[in-house]
Design a protein around this ligand. Structure first.
Ligand code: CP
Length: 335
């Protein structure tokens, strides 16, 4: 039985097989892999795309989605071991995961960092606990990585940029008024490197580098493909020759828990917005973002609505790739 917690556990060819199956779902949405089956979708954080695409995808595969929001419409869950539960939590993940495993055939989890202590958050304790205590496949719907978004992005790249091998992929940090999760940035870096792209990471300074785990993973994928990961703080150098520009905002890891100190740095880099002038420096690059996106903060209206913008296509791809993934995980459960 397999889980989909991080694409680090899946090879390039396994991920390509999911994308290839997703391409067939795009043409012909019907499937029966979840006929008579149920999938629990646990949301510890809000969502528009993830919730809708999973719910619709499960329906299209003949199954039933059970949406749960622990702490809202389901009991708050405890994750610490051996703790005296005399606070807010009402049941332990051991029971929550064990009980759900007796009702449903897969469990999908969205659990963002708490943004107070990165050393704590980077352990991804919520989804790792479900992986440990559930007896059905567990899917990551965004924690400290966003692997479903990775598949959707690579599917969009392959359709619009062509064979990714050797093409320049720019991951650019952008301003946002709040410090955001590094999950999509971690994921974008890893999937572009794993698929042989020449990756450039543009960010304001060294404090905005991603966690070493993901930087190193991307570097090892790049090395295996004969490519490189370039880090730069120079906008012109970053955009020059890019075939794909991917925008994301994130909070600087050294400032977790003291965001007031980071705020002035973030605000001093509002000019990292993706605009028409920067896109003109590229090799007619496509643009994308995982969404939701604050217009004219992260990217201008003109870039988001340009014919090179893949934002809606990437969002649509979430539906197709997740169906391919659930079908594959059901097969892994049977074998
Ligand atoms: N991209 C993405 O995961 O969107 P939601 O947060 O709306 O699910």
């Amino acid at each position: 039985m397999r889980h989909f917690i991080t694409t680090e556990d899946w090879t390039r060819s396994e991920l390509q097989a999911l994308i290839d199956r997703a391409k067939t779902f795009r043409k012909d949405p019907a499937g029966n892999a979840l006929q008579g089956r149920s999938v629990a979708l646990l949301f510890f954080n809000p969502s528009l795309r993830t919730r809708t695409s999973f719910e619709v995808g499960i329906h299209q595969l003949g199954g039933q989605a059970i949406i749960l929001q622990p702490g809202k419409d389901a009991w708050p869950i405890e994750f610490e071991l051996g703790t005296k539960m005399d606070g807010e939590t009402e049941e332990h993940v051991k029971e929550a995961a064990g009980v759900l495993s007796r009702y449903v055939d897969m469990i999908a989890i969205r659990a963002f960092p708490k943004f107070e202590n990165w050393q704590e958050d980077r352990q991804d304790k919520v989804i790792r606990a479900f992986e440990k205590y559930a007896s059905v496949p567990v899917i990551n719907m965004e924690t400290v990585t966003h692997p479903c978004q990775e598949l959707a992005l690579m599917m969009a790249i392959q359709k619009n940029v062509g064979n990714p091998d050797g093409k320049k992929f720019l991951l650019t940090w952008t301003y946002h008024p709040r410090p955001l999760n590094t999950a999509v940035a971690n994921s974008a870096l890893m999937i572009a490197a794993k698929f042989g792209m020449e990756v450039t990471l543009l960010c304001p300074n060294e404090d905005y580098l991603l966690d070493p785990r993901y930087m190193k993973a991307a570097e090892s994928y790049a090395m295996a493909e004969g490519r490189t990961i370039t880090v730069t703080h120079d906008i012109e150098q970053a955009y020059a020759g890019a075939r794909m520009v991917y925008a994301k905002s994130w909070g600087a890891l050294p400032y977790f828990g003291r965001w007031q100190d980071e705020k002035p740095i973030r605000e001093a880099h509002q000019h990292f917005i993706v605009d028409e002038q920067k896109m003109a420096m590229t090799d007619n690059a496509c643009f994308s973002h995982c969404l939701p996106l604050r217009r004219n903060v992260k990217a201008t209206d003109g870039v988001v609505e340009s014919e090179n913008s893949l934002v809606l296509e990437e969002a649509e791809n979430r539906l197709h790739v997740q169906k391919a993934l659930m079908e594959e995980l059901m097969k892994s459960r049977a074998s």
